[in-house]
Ligand binder design. Structure first.
Ligand code: SF4
Length: 383
């Protein structure tokens, strides 16, 4: 039973959403409160989602590349990193990286997502060279690479400003930036989980600069560890503010924390209800970011499927070679076939549409699905 003041708050927020009015900080806190019924929250988020995308749900055919797990940093939530001399540590050779590129093209991938550790000994030229090598060999593959944490590290290595680094990486083959490294922006939490790495100011500087030079990017929030509702709303509204200024974000991806093998392994991972609430609140607060992604690797397939009715319009992709969250105990498969991902979307009552990294619709030759092209017809515009 909802207390009358809570019921009033729910009615007021419903009115705002139905009228297309922007929600504020206090509304965000109210949406996160357990007294705001999840079912009603989902209904409102679905209303906005269907207003923006109708019945469509997007997916892509992609692969991941983590060229090294050796990292100078020790983020408390990270199970992926390795010390320099730890037997678990690895650095991929150029041949291994090229093999991965070939495998991606053979599997019809349109995108390679590239992130990794900050290796103590590898120079900037090594990171740049990964993009250059892949782009020269497989120009059709979109390279979505390096978070602001890595760009901040390149700044340290090169002593160049962010803009010059991004322009240099674009010349080497960079297509867009992934959304990682955001974690939780508020210093009350950030200082406890990753105080040494790029702070909120650096994260926003990198994305703002990327947008200013015409690169698109994604954004994320790692939730379910030490943060509370205040920190989550603060995080989402900081993203909304930059999007108002630049319009360069394409997708927001809420990332559920997985505690296994991390320094925070005593924590429980977020519940399914928390996952769904986060998706829905994101859709309602981030009224200027076109897409909300239910990243099935972290949410689990079933929750991601339900999330398509709670505000999400994208399931990410087929994903091969995901290591970062599987090291932290994710029990999802390491790969979904195209048929399976389409089936999951159809079971959820949505229409599956393959997109490329920039959310343009992809067409494939039915006799040779590895052969694909972007459909530029106006009727097919995905965003
Ligand atoms: S999250 Fe990234 S920066 Fe932090 S320890 Fe892991 S690999 Fe290094």
């Amino acid at each position: 039973m909802i207390a009358s003041s809570s019921a009033e708050r729910v009615r007021e927020i419903r009115r705002k959403v139905e009228n297309g009015e922007r929600l504020d900080f206090d509304d965000g806190l109210a949406l996160y409160a357990p007294s705001f019924p999840l079912q009603e929250l989902g209904e409102l988020a679905n209303l906005v989602r269907e207003r923006m995308h109708g019945d469509v749900a997007f997916y892509n055919i992609n692969t991941h590349l983590n060229p090294t797990n050796v990292c100078i940093y020790r983020c408390r939530f990270c199970a992926f990193r390795s010390d320099l001399r730890d037997p678990k540590g690895y650095v991929m050779t150029e041949d291994q990286i090229l093999q991965r590129g070939q495998e991606a093209v053979d599997n019809g991938c349109t995108e390679m997502h590239i992130v990794g550790g900050l290796h103590h000994k590898m120079p900037y030229a090594w990171y740049r060279g990964i993009l250059q090598t892949l782009h020269a060999a497989f120009p059709q593959l979109h390279l979505k690479a390096w978070t602001p944490v890595e760009i901040g590290w390149f700044e340290f290595l090169t002593k160049w400003p962010v803009r010059r680094i991004l322009e240099d990486l674009r010349e080497a083959g960079l297509g867009s930036l992934p959304g990682g490294g955001a974690e939780i922006f508020h210093p009350q939490v950030r200082d406890q989980i990753c105080e040494h790495k790029a702070d909120a100011h650096k994260w926003f500087e990198v994305h703002r600069t990327a947008h200013q030079i015409g690169l698109r990017s994604n954004c994320t929030m790692l939730y379910g560890h030490l943060e509370n509702a205040y920190h989550r709303v603060d995080h989402l509204l900081r993203l909304r503010e930059l999007q108002d200024a630049t319009g360069g974000f394409q997708t927001f991806i809420p990332l559920a924390f997985h505690p296994d093998n991390t320094q925070l392994s005593h924590l429980q991972k977020p519940s399914v209800l928390d996952d769904l609430r986060n998706i829905a609140v994101s859709r309602l607060l981030l009224d200027n970011i076109p897409h909300i992604k239910a990243y099935w690797i972290m949410l689990g397939i079933e929750t991601a499927q339900v999330a398509l009715a709670y505000g999400a319009d994208d399931l990410d992709g087929t994903v091969r070679h995901e290591l970062i969250y599987h090291d932290a105990g994710a029990t999802t498969p390491e790969f979904l076939s195209v048929d399976r991902i389409r089936q999951l979307i159809e079971e959820a009552g949505r229409v599956p549409i393959e997109r490329d990294t920039l959310y343009r619709r992809v067409q494939r030759d039915p006799t040779n699905p590895r052969h694909w092209w972007v459909d530029h017809s106006e009727a097919s515009a995905a965003v």
